[in-house]
Every structure is written in structure tokens, then in C-alpha cells.
Design a protein around this ligand. Sequence first.
Ligand SMILES: Nc1ncnc2c1ncn2[C@@H]1O[C@H](COP(=O)(O)OP(=O)(O)OP(=O)(O)O)[C@@H](O)[C@H]1O
Ligand SMILES: Nc1ncnc2c1ncn2[C@@H]1O[C@H](COP(=O)(O)OS(=O)(=O)O)[C@@H](O)[C@H]1O
Length: 208
Amino acid sequence: MDNNVVWHRPTVTRDRRAQNNGHKSVILWFTGLSGAGKSTIAHALEESLYQLGAKTYVLDGDNVRHGLCGDLGFSDKDRNENIRRIGEVSKLFIDAGVIALCAFISPFRADRQRARELVDEGDFIEIHVKCPLEVCETRDPKGLYQKARAGLIKGYTGISSPYEEPENPEIVLDTSVQNINECVEQIIDYLTKKEIVVPGNRNKSVNG
Ligand SMILES: Nc1ncnc2c1ncn2[C@@H]1O[C@H](COP(=O)(O)OP(=O)(O)OP(=O)(O)O)[C@@H](O)[C@H]1O
Ligand SMILES: Nc1ncnc2c1ncn2[C@@H]1O[C@H](COP(=O)(O)OS(=O)(=O)O)[C@@H](O)[C@H]1O
């Protein structure tokens, strides 16, 4: 980085924003196979958090790849860059006081670890959206597994490209067993226990 670029300290800090918002900001990082349910759960959770009055934003692989990451494909290198950019963007979101819900396959442990290391401990909550490949393939909401099996998509995660499961995620959901509401409840319980949000207390600050 250019040595002549100097960080400018804001007066409206993340702590002040949290006080104003009545909740803290964290990164909820959903990782798992395509079709495991990352986007479905992230959007359902966002709906619940929105109803609690929380400021949220979903960053979703399919959407982000239309814009910010529209120049990237699915080689290992492009996936590294995809997750690097999303890590940086999520960091800005939490600085802005927003709960960032990131739904990306993010198949590589090292990429997720790098994203985690961009922020302070406790700010990055890894959620493994677990689901057996056979179930994801049966769901196949976009018909892409079928195309991958037919050899029409090269390097498809779970078929011809690896998925590295998280070793120590903060939260594990098994969408072959738990329904969407149960998954959302489990995350809200976690956020409540960690005093990130205060359900039923829309306007009360969590920071004092
Ligand atoms: N318990 C569950 N949780 C989440 N989704 C479920 C569950 N049971 C069934 N589904 C269905 O599984 C599909 C999951 O698709 P979704 O797009 O959310 O997956 P994804 O992990 O975001 O995949 P991709 O990486 O391809 O975007 C949806 O059609 C959803 O309705
Ligand atoms: N080769 C591929 N591997 C995985 N997903 C793919 C591939 N080609 C297209 N997709 C689609 O792209 C989306 C996944 O994008 P990301 O979450 O952004 O992936 S990641 O691997 O870089 O984290 C899914 O909707 C998936 O169905």
C-alpha cells in the first residue's frame, strides 16, 4: 500500500452505531455445498432480524457474481479472490453497524480463515450449512448438479471440485434434518446468548 495514504478516523464509530441501532454488528458466514440451503436460511433469518428492527444485509454468491465479482469464474484462484473481496466488503458492513449475512459456498478453509482474520475475535460467526451431497443433488434447485454430472459444468463443488468442511464452526445446521424455522431459531438463540441482538427489545441498546 502507498505510504502516503493515511487512515482517517471517523467520529461516528462502530460502537456508536451499535448504540444507536440497539444491536451489535457481526458477520454471519454461511458455508456449505450448493443447494445445502445457505441462501434460503440467510434470507429467512434476515426477515426475522428485520422484524426485530435490526439492520442487516445479505451478500449472496449468485447476486454478488452479477456485479462486484462479475469478472470471476470458478477456478480455485477465482474462488479465492471471490471470498477475499467478500471478506473485505463484510468488514465494511460491520463497521457500518450492519449484520452481514454472507452466503457463499466458500469451499476452501484457508479462504474462510483469511476472512475471519480480517476482523476481531467474535465478529466472524461461521455457520456450516451441512447437507449430504445426495440430498443437495436431489434438491438441485437450479439444475446445475444435473449439468455437472453430465459433464457440462467443469469443477462443480462436490462433484469435480472439493468442499473442505469447517473444523470449528460456531454453528452447525443440518438441513437434511432441521427445517428452515429450526435453523433460523438456532441462529437467533446464538445471537441472543452472545448479546448481539436483544429480541423483543427493538429500541434498547445492547451496549449500555
Ligand atoms: N431445512 C432447509 N433449509 C434450507 N433449505 C431447504 C431446507 N429444506 C429444503 N430446502 C430447500 O433446499 C434448497 C436450497 O437452495 P439454496 O439456494 O438456499 O441453497 P444454497 O446453499 O444457497 O445454494 P447455492 O450455493 O447454489 O446458492 C431450496 O430449494 C430450499 O427450499
Ligand atoms: N463450478 C461451480 N461450482 C460451484 N458452484 C457453481 C459453479 N458454477 C456455477 N455455480 C453456481 O454459483 C453459485 C456459487 O457461487 P459462490 O457461492 O460465489 O461460489 S464460491 O465457490 O466462490 O464460494 C451457486 O449458485 C452455484 O450453483
